[in-house]
Design a protein around this ligand. Structure first.
Ligand code: AMP
Length: 191
């Protein structure tokens, strides 16, 4: 089983690359951001709660996010593997994920981290804000808060996976194909 954590700051290209990776490796794509957005669209209770945090660029509380993720994983029938995109984002989420997977005799194969500098990120996010229709991409203050939250809560997860020998940095600048090839090269060393 191939279970990948796709890691990187907002705007690093996780969504774009996930789409290509699931096709090549037949994995289940699990983006917590996408699941929250689907709940907002469907006007569920979870969506209402998530929106109140997402609109500010804050993280949705761990307990809610973890149980939502576990529910979606539990629904898959004979998965070949997963791409976790935008999850885990805190140490508590990373711990919970390891324990949850261990309970199924599964584990994370690697964390693939897209490395992109701050200047390029802001450029990409502002462009995405004009095109994606995502309200959290349109407001520079919210973008800045998401980057701050990433640096404070999420970036330290590099150390968590590094300590397990699972961290793989991949250059996140270049054409979509170049970045994809860099990711595939790392994945192919895992098999
Ligand atoms: P994303 O689509 O990954 O950029 O996520 C958009 C927003 O959804 C984030 O800014 C958070 O508010 C929320 N979110 C997504 N994933 C998580 C997570 N793993 N933990 C907490 N909040 C999350």
């Amino acid at each position: 089983m191939l279970n990948l954590v796709l890691f990187g700051p907002p705007g690093a290209g996780k969504g774009t690359q996930s789409e290509k990776l699931i096709e090549k490796y037949a994995l289940v794509h699990l983006s917590t951001g996408d699941i929250f957005r689907a709940n907002i669209k469907g006007e569920t209770e979870l969506g209402k709660l998530a929106k109140s945090f997402m609109d500010k660029g804050e993280l949705v509380p761990d307990a809610v996010t973890i149980s939502m993720l576990e529910d979606v994983v539990n629904k898959q029938v004979n998965p070949k593997g997963f791409i976790f995109d935008g999850f885990p984002r805190t140490s508590a989420q990373a711990d919970a994920l390891d324990k949850f997977l261990a309970g199924k005799n599964w584990k994370i194969s690697a964390m693939l981290a897209l490395e992109v500098n701050d200047e390029e990120l802001k450029k990409r996010l502002l462009l995405r804000g004009k095109e994606s229709g995502r309200p959290d991409d349109a407001n520079p203050e919210v973008i800045q808060n998401r980057i701050n939250v990433y640096n404070r809560d999420t970036a330290p997860l590099k150390n968590y996976y590094e300590a397990q020998g699972k961290y793989r940095g991949v250059k996140g600048i270049g054409t979509i194909e170049e970045i994809f090839n860099g990711l595939c090269k790392e994945i192919d060393t895992l098999k």
